[in-house]
Write a protein that binds this ligand. Structure first.
Ligand code: ATP
Ligand code: MG
Length: 334
């Protein structure tokens, strides 16, 4: 499967010098054409920072302090995203990669009708289109995301949160992007809405073929709707696997903890357990594996040496894990 977005050794800091908080630490992650890749991890693990970093939308004092982001357009040579000039960046963000950020549904302009905002985006993308053509396209886009065309003339406050979120997706799709990034809020109340949104995105992906990077804390949702899942902890990817394999057998104890801190997809609702302890303080990271102070299976090398992310060695070529329990990933140092 061909890559559409390659993140290589990406580092993102908040602040400079001794003050810097290393929020994303040498992240390697590849999004393939047409796949739904889920990114999960506890609050503060760096998921949003990664998404903002790779689209170069980091708010100050965020700075990219290393690494590469390579985008592969449908045709033409690869694009080095981190060295794009402002014009190139605008084109990349709009036409190639659409982003719907945490709380984006509140970014619709309250004083304009949905139609006005959607038509503006279509006009920007297709400047030579006719007014009638744009209206037809707007209706088609709303239908794609499951909103009746007669909602076109609503104001944002007349729509539910879920509908506003779907309008945002329609606006993102207006540009026919290769990549759609969604960063979902972490509040538990939004789980039902997230489920609808991700289900719908996966369906649209089947029809339109774009790739999706979906960020959430809800791993059970990802198991259900994504092709692959990456797990983030303390600014690093600690495990990556096809969704089904990850669900059947988590290799990293942190992934295992996350899987068991959510209710089962089917069957009786279980008690939520959660992972004992709290996420690491980025200003005072534990030595070795950042998870070792909370890990029920920590042993000798874990506090001493950072485990590299790599294939676990058994017959699981599509998986990667950063854990000393899987020594085939790399020899334990002597
Ligand atoms: P959530 O699930 O809560 O959205 P997240 O995984 O998206 O969490 P980020 O928002 O990327 O996490 O934050 C990663 C780390 O960077 C956190 O420890 C956070 O405290 C830190 N951080 C975020 N923004 C800033 C900032 N402006 N200045 C300093 N540190 C920041
Ligand atoms: Mg976030």
């Amino acid at each position: 499967n061909e890559p559409v977005l390659e993140i290589r050794k990406l580092r993102v800091d908040y602040g400079l010098g001794d003050e810097a908080v290393h929020a994303v630490r040498e992240v390697d992650l590849t999004l393939h054409r047409g796949e739904v890749l889920g990114l999960a991890g506890e609050s503060g693990s760096g998921k949003s920072t990664l998404a903002y970093g790779l689209t170069r939308l980091l708010p100050p004092p965020g700075v990219i302090s290393g690494g590469e982001v390579i985008y592969h357009p449908a045709d033409g040579p690869p694009v080095d995203v981190l060295s794009l000039d402002p014009a190139g960046l605008r084109a990349f963000r709009w036409a190639e990669t659409s982003i719907v950020f945490q709380g984006a549904m509140n970014s619709l302009n309250p004083v304009h009708k949905v139609s006005t905002q959607l038509l503006d985006v279509i006009r920007a993308h297709e400047p030579r289109s006719t007014a009638a053509g744009r209206r037809a396209r707007a209706r088609e886009l709303l239908r794609l995301v499951g909103i009746a065309a007669d909602r076109l003339d609503s104001y944002p406050h007349q729509l539910s949160g879920g509908m506003r979120q779907r309008v945002m997706i329609a606006m993102a799709l207006a540009l026919e992007p290769q990549v759609v990034i969604m960063d979902e809020p972490t509040t538990a109340l939004d789980v039902v809405m997230q489920r609808q949104i991700l289900g719908q995105l996966a369906e649209l992906r089947d029809r339109l073929g774009f790739a999706v990077l979906f960020i959430t804390h809800d791993l059970s949702l990802l198991v259900e709707f994504s092709d692959r899942i990456a797990i983030m902890y303390g600014g690093r990817i600690v495990e990556e696997a096809p969704a089904g394999e990850l669900y059947r057998r988590a290799l990293h104890p942190y992934t295992d903890g996350l899987l068991h801190s959510f209710p089962a997809l089917r069957g009786p609702r279980r008690e939520l357990t959660g992972i004992p302890g709290s996420p690491p303080d980025l200003r005072a990271m534990p030595t070795g594996c950042a998870f070792h102070p909370r890990c029920p299976r920590a042993f000798t090398p874990c506090a001493a040496e950072l485990p590299p992310l790599g294939p676990p060695g058994d017959d699981a070529p599509e998986r990667a894990v950063a854990c000393w329990l899987h020594p085939a990933a790399a020899p334990v140092p002597r």
